[in-house]
Structure formats: C-alpha cells, structure tokens
Unconditional design. Structure first.
Length: 323
C-alpha cells in the first residue's frame, strides 16, 4: 500500500509511464497466464521448506535468524493481488516472493497478519523482523517523519525496493459520476485505505479544491481496501483509490470484471520496499542479495507473471530508492 506524503513532481513524471503500466497489467490479468479469478495462487508463508545451512545465502543472515530459521514478517494480508486470503490460505505476490526468497536464504519467511498502519510499530517492538506488505518506500518512512506533523517520530527504517506502483482511481463500471480524473473529485466522496498514499494524495487534492473555491473531497478512510470496495459497490462513495495492482485486480475480478472501471492515470508512482530496522543491516543486505538472486534466476519474473503484474517489475534492487 503506497503511503506517506506524495510529491506532485514525482506524480507528474510518472503519469505517461503509469498509464501504459495500467493497460499492460490489466490486459495480463485478463489473459491466460495472468488471470487469477479461478486460480488459487502458488505459495503461502509455509511454502519453500527451509534448507538451513545448505541454502546459497544462509551464511549472510544474522546469527539469531540462522538459529531460529525464521524471518518474522509483518503484513496486512487483505490487499489482493499483493497479499490476501483465498480459500482460507494466504496467497499473493508477496507470499510467492517470500517463498522464493526462502529458498535462497534457507529460512522460512513467516507472514503474520496485522493492520497496515501498525506494521512499523510492530517492527520497533521486535514483534516482526521485517515488514513486507506493498509498503511504499518514502523519505518520510526512511527518516521516521510523521507525515501528519512533519516531525521526526522514530528512527526510521531501511527499504529493499522490489516493485514499482502508484495510486489508481476507479469507480463503479458504467457509473463514473462524471469523474475522469482527480480534478473531478471536488464535492464528491472517495474511499481509501487509512494511512496510504491514496489517503494523503486525496487530502492534498481536497485542499486544491478549496483553494479554487470548490467543495472539498469527502474522504472516507477504511482499515483495508476491500472495505472501500464494498462501500463503492453499495454506492456509499463515488470512487475508490488504491495501488495500481490492487485497482487493476479489482477491476478485472470483482463481479467477473463487471463491478469497477479504472479512471484516469496512475499517480505518485514509487517503489514498494521490504522494511528493515536501521540497525539490522546484516538482515537487510542478506534480503537484498536474495532478491537479486531470484531476479537473476527468473523466479521473480515468474511470480509477477503469475499474478499479471510484471509491469511493476524492478530491474535493479535499490536500498532506500524512494523519494
């Protein structure tokens, strides 16, 4: 889930490329290999039995992880297609990537469900070793800045960037309420997930409405994206904004593709990152090496193609590449 303050310049730079990414991803989701409407997914937190010391990158891990053979992952498992429950099983892009990383590291990536805005707090309290949950790598998170106050609230985290996504806007299919883009939302209601880029971007757009002597955007924030979608289907909001993989997946699958339609271009594109504590550099570097390994051996591309989101693939693994 994209989150924290959005810079307008970054959004503007991303619009042309993002529009193509949405089109490609949407087509892939509806094509044979990317259509996940009837497929169960390929992995969950138990996939990929730990190999221990026989794994290629086991020796790079901190001793505590080698001893436990578990990396505890904090994740909000309610964000298809990145991570969600299907037939009682945790599935999605992050779960499958976690299974691929496990094979390189020789330890299990154990996904633990939590609400999105509590994941970094859970890391600070040592409940989780990392957070992997479609979390956008931003300068604010790197530096521990509270986006609401602009003040430093924590030591911040490091990110291993593994995917690229921005925020997309969608409405009920065939009932757009005259909305063609964010500029048409003044005086209308939008549903977002609390604490995400969509949430903060909507607040910024609402201020622009007021500065132009128009009615502000009425923003309804929910604990997860599925709640916002339910509200949209019921007619309680005029539009929903979420990360482009989730928006494209919802448009392709909800109601057999008959519930929603994507409106306008993706905005505020930034990388998703695996969050690691600043003082856990050995674990950070081991995860970076594992991600580079699965990109090189093709496992990374295979996972993204399975879920129809290869438009968001990264070619280079960066640390703290977000703006």
């Amino acid at each position: 889930m994209t989150a924290s303050t959005t810079r307008r310049t970054a959004a503007a730079r991303s619009r042309l490329a993002a529009a193509g990414a949405i089109a490609v991803a949407g087509a892939l989701l509806l094509s044979g290999c990317g259509d996940m409407r009837d497929k169960p997914g390929t992995g969950d937190e138990s996939a990929g039995a730990p190999q221990g010391a026989n794994a290629p990158l086991f020796d790079k891990l901190p001793k505590r992880i080698q001893a436990s053979k578990v990396i505890k992952v904090g994740s909000d498992i309610a964000y298809p297609p990145i991570e969600f429950k299907k037939n009682g099983k945790n599935v999605g892009v992050d779960l499958d990537l976690g299974a691929a990383l496990s094979k390189e590291l020789g330890v299990k990536l154990e996904f633990n469900n939590s609400v999105f805005d509590a994941l970094l707090t859970g890391m600070r309290s040592k409940r989780y070793d990392i957070a992997m949950s479609a979390m956008t790598d931003t300068k604010e998170r790197q530096e521990g800045i509270d986006p609401k106050t602009g003040k430093k609230a924590s030591e911040g985290v490091d990110f291993i960037d593994y995917f690229s996504a921005g925020a997309s806007l969608y409405t009920k299919k065939g009932d757009t309420k005259g909305i063609k883009g964010w500029e048409d939302l003044c005086g209308k209601k939008i549903g977002v997930q609390r604490g995400t880029v969509s949430d903060n971007f909507a607040k910024g757009e609402s201020k622009k409405c007021e500065e132009s002597d128009k009615d502000p955007i009425s923003i309804e924030a929910y604990d997860n994206d599925l709640e916002a979608q339910t509200r949209l289907k019921a007619g309680g909001v005029d539009a929903v904004s979420s990360d482009f993989p989730s928006a494209v997946y919802a448009a392709a699958t909800s109601g057999g593709g008959k519930d929603f339609e994507i409106i306008g271009d993706q905005v505020a594109a930034n990388p998703y990152g695996i969050a690691v504590s600043k003082d856990d550099t050995q674990l950070r570097d081991a995860l970076k090496a594992a991600l580079e390994a699965i990109i090189k051996n093709g496992a990374y591309e295979k996972v993204l193609k399975t879920w129809g989101v290869e438009a968001g693939a990264v070619k280079e693994v960066k640390i703290n590449g977000g703006q």
